[in-house]
Write a protein that binds this ligand. Sequence first.
Ligand SMILES: Nc1ncnc2c1ncn2[C@@H]1O[C@H](COP(=O)(O)OP(=O)(O)OP(=O)(O)O)[C@@H](O)[C@H]1O
Ligand SMILES: O=c1ccn([C@@H]2O[C@H](COP(=O)(O)O)[C@@H](O)[C@H]2O)c(=O)[nH]1
Length: 222
Amino acid sequence: MAPTTTTTVDTPVFDDKKVTVIFVLGGPGAGKGTQCARLVHDFNFCHLSAGDLLRAEQNREGSQYGELIRTYIREGTIVPMEITIKLLENAMRDALNKKSGDGWTDGRGRFLIDGFPRKMDQAVKFDESVCLSSLVIFYATTEEVLLGRLTERGKTSGREDDNAESIKKRFRTYQNDTMPVINYYSAQGKVAEIDSSPSIDEVYKKSTEVINDVFAGKYQKA
Ligand SMILES: Nc1ncnc2c1ncn2[C@@H]1O[C@H](COP(=O)(O)OP(=O)(O)OP(=O)(O)O)[C@@H](O)[C@H]1O
Ligand SMILES: O=c1ccn([C@@H]2O[C@H](COP(=O)(O)O)[C@@H](O)[C@H]2O)c(=O)[nH]1
């Protein structure tokens, strides 16, 4: 008899009927973090930046991944997905245990996951095993605008990757690895694209319209 093969399908840790996950993507410096900070204030989201979680893990005393993460970030490449997904899952569990108020009763929660998924393997794995996402907000602008913003931010950010060489590598990774993720979700009708070239206030107005649409049920999960 031919050997049987089994395919393991993960059950997501969090129920997407209770937990809303919105991914926030766009080129480096597009304004993802800036917009998320304001959305948190007005809609009581938990904002999880994958980059921030990785930097915290990199700097955590005793972390076995510190040096590995530092190298990937400096090179502008994507840290192996298992690390980032575990950090996100833990942070989500923490927030679900601690947060309260609008959107956070009876095991419910709402998350803006910023700068993730950056690569197709992360997208598929997160949706399957952590929580099915509702939408991607995609902040789109030109490389010229991105470069200007990152160069300016680099004067004070202290980030090891806000320098000309790392920025160039991050742009390449964005085109090669992250644009396919945006196209993948776009084909499922799960992308809201917002031009992030105008002022912070103008971009924010569009962002709130998208979030109101999500809560009004405009975007149905595939
Ligand atoms: N609409 C805007 N107009 C002008 N400047 C902006 C705008 N949005 C953000 N900025 C500025 O651009 C810089 C990058 O913004 P932000 O850190 O929010 O980008 P990001 O997409 O989160 O970047 P990264 O992916 O590198 O973390 C910041 O200094 C921010 O103040
Ligand atoms: O899912 C992710 C997200 C980020 N990274 C690495 O972190 C840096 C910085 O990310 P920001 O969102 O700009 O803060 C990014 O260039 C990657 O090297 C990752 O590996 N995986």
